[in-house]
Design a protein around this ligand. Structure first.
Ligand code: ATP
Ligand code: MG
Ligand code: MG
Length: 554
């Protein structure tokens, strides 16, 4: 293993091991709430936790934090499992906080019996008012000193469904004067008459995050529980709840915090991403413009590129904004190694090679990937009529234009040298056809002197009669602002880029007829593309994954 320096999380673990914590007892978890699809921020957390598992040869659980039936669905559970697997990780156990509902309930009864929890029957507004402020103490609820018997009775009746939502809550009896507002008698349970995607209507009281998370870690004997910085203040409560149930012979989980990862020109919050789906800004959670793992997969990103990205940005103690071009750099770098080269013309103009016999065709041998010696070669058809990109021809141009211009030569990739002789225009002056001649002895790889002749430009092309007309989806940033959800006076929805999707018709070489959904290619000179899930054998659909170089630099 390389001598990569340790991040601060690894330092915490190393320190624990030095102080006698047994390596065999290391255990981690990734704890998503199934209320949406995972995004690139989650990828950082996945790579952190599963990366630690690999580094220390320790188990990592996938734990669904499913305590809010109002927002959670089985669809999300399935999507999350698919995404974590696709990223290349294997979890030890698939766990659900909902599997611990009975245990948590029993522990709540235990707390009530010790006079450490009570049923509060005030409105949420009244409770909020009594909370106080960080600099003024809170006011005790008039129900704070209910008897154990009354609390037991009410809590059981809450569970039995005798009350409406909001009528009662169970609160931990901690300290209404604590300087940590979260310690001022936090709510442990609320009534929710909602069916849960796993426990159905078994429960109508649901445990709160703080009460659930640490106890779930403890039940699974997770040694190190990593969460994002906004939970730093929750750590005291996490520890208080653990103190109530902790048994010395067991591993005591430790919560530690790291900074949330933010990516430029997008939002990484399930709630906001859901809004984009619900309001039709994008078509679905896996729309290729989305920063979701499923969106990136559909777009053609590879798991390796996402892992390499997460690895490069590492783990931080402070929040910052990571430029999306860094993610794209990793995608490009990996695709350069693995993506077969093909030819596709996205904005075509017809070229007629006037000295090439009508009706003749030949199949030329071209290499699949110069970066991969094992990738072999394939045949592509050449004929009298081809398409090239409109932008690759000008009637006149200066010396720096190394593409086709009247009277000058270029090489057609893998084929012949052609020379532009004339062109035809429509009444608006648009070029509709270019007439060329070809050098009959210049075929690439034929070994003739002419085939080795150096001309300045090389163009990609496709044979008109053989090309497959395809739908090509081009993507731009989803937001025009670098950090759309950080403006005080403006909602992130105000920064949506209206031109984030452009659908065009292009022509691709016939070898792509047999490609499968998800297959990735480099369209030579044009970028990386993959076959979209909407693609059919009658209508090929490509996504542009990323360009060949960073067009956003400077
Ligand atoms: P969201 O606001 O998108 O719902 P969340 O934190 O509520 O985010 P969870 O499903 O609770 O989402 O997240 C699972 C794990 O992933 C948590 O440990 C969380 O801290 C971590 N995580 C979520 N977002 C990020 C992010 N942007 N960067 C790093 N880790 C993240
Ligand atoms: Mg959460
Ligand atoms: Mg959330």
């Amino acid at each position: 293993e390389g001598e990569k320096s340790l991040n601060f999380i690894e330092h915490i673990i190393e320190e624990d091991l030095k102080n006698g914590f047994s390596k065999e007892d290391l255990r981690f978890r990734f704890p998503p709430e199934p209320n949406g699809y995972l995004h690139i921020g989650h990828a950082s957390s996945i790579c952190l936790n599963f990366g630690l598992g690999l580094r220390y040869n320790a188990p990592v659980n996938l734990r669904f934090d499913d305590t809010n039936p109002a927002k959670e669905e089985q669809e999300y559970v399935d999507a999350i499992k698919k995404d974590v697997s696709w990223l290349g990780y294997k979890w030890e156990h698939e766990c659900f906080a909902s599997d611990y509902f009975q245990k948590l309930y029993d522990w709540a009864i235990f707390l009530i019996k010790q006079n450490k929890a009570y049923v509060d029957s005030q409105s949420s507004d009244a409770m909020a008012e009594q909370k106080g402020t960080p600099t003024t103490p809170g006011v005790a609820s008039p129900f704070r000193n209910r008897s154990v018997e009354e609390n037991l009775d009410l809590f059981q009746r809450m569970k039995n469904g005798e009350f409406k939502e909001g009528e009662h809550v169970l609160r931990a009896k901690i300290d209404m004067t604590s300087s940590n507002m979260l310690m001022r008698d936090p709510i442990m349970y609320r009534i929710l008459h909602k069916a849960h995607h796993r426990t159905n209507t078994d429960w109508c009281i649901y445990p709160m995050y703080d009460w659930t998370h640490g106890e779930s870690d403890y039940l699974e004997q997770v040694s190190h529980s990593f969460c994002t910085l906004e939970f730093a203040m929750h750590r005291e409560l996490y520890d208080w709840f653990l103190d109530q149930v902790y048994d010395e012979s067991k591993t005591r989980p430790k919560q530690r915090e790291f900074a949330r990862r933010n990516l430029s020109h997008t939002v990484v919050s399930k709630r906001k991403l859901l809004k984009l789906v619900e309001e039709g800004v994008v078509k679905s959670w896996d729309d290729p413009r989305m920063p979701t793992i499923s969106g990136m997969r559909r777009r053609g990103f590879t798991p390796e590129s996402i892992r390499n990205f997460a690895d490069t940005i590492g783990i931080a103690k402070r929040e910052n904004l990571i430029d999306v071009s860094l993610l794209e750099f990793h995608v490009r770098e990996h695709l350069n190694k693995i993506a077969p080269r093909v030819m596709g013309v996205l904005d075509p103009v017809k070229v007629v090679i006037t000295n090439y016999p009508e009706g003749q065709e030949e199949w030329l041998d071209v290499e699949n990937n110069p970066e991969d010696p094992d990738s072999g070669s394939r045949k592509i058809p050449f004929s009298r009529e081809i398409y090239i990109e409109k932008a690759d021809f000008r009637e006149e141009a200066n010396k720096k234009f190394f593409r086709l211009k009247l009277g000058k030569e270029v090489r057609l990739k893998g084929a012949y040298i052609i020379k532009a002789e004339s062109c035809t225009k429509d009444t608006d002056g648009n070029i509709t056809e270019i007439q060329c001649t070809y050098d009959t002895l210049s075929k690439s790889g034929s070994g003739t002197e002419e085939s080795l002749r150096k001309v300045k430009g090389t163009l990609h092309w496709v044979s008109v009669q053989h090309a497959i007309e395809s739908e090509i989806r081009l993507y731009d940033r989803l937001f025009t602002d670098e950090s759309p959800d950080t403006h005080k006076d403006k909602d992130f929805m105000e920064f949506i880029n209206p031109d984030s999707l452009q659908v065009i018709k292009g022509f691709v070489e016939p070898s792509l007829k047999d490609a499968n959904i998800g297959d990735r290619f480099q369209f030579q000179r044009m970028g990386y593309f993959n076959i979209d899930t909407d693609s059919t054998s009658e209508n090929l659909v490509f996504n542009k994954t990323v360009g060949l170089r960073d067009s956003w630099a400077k």
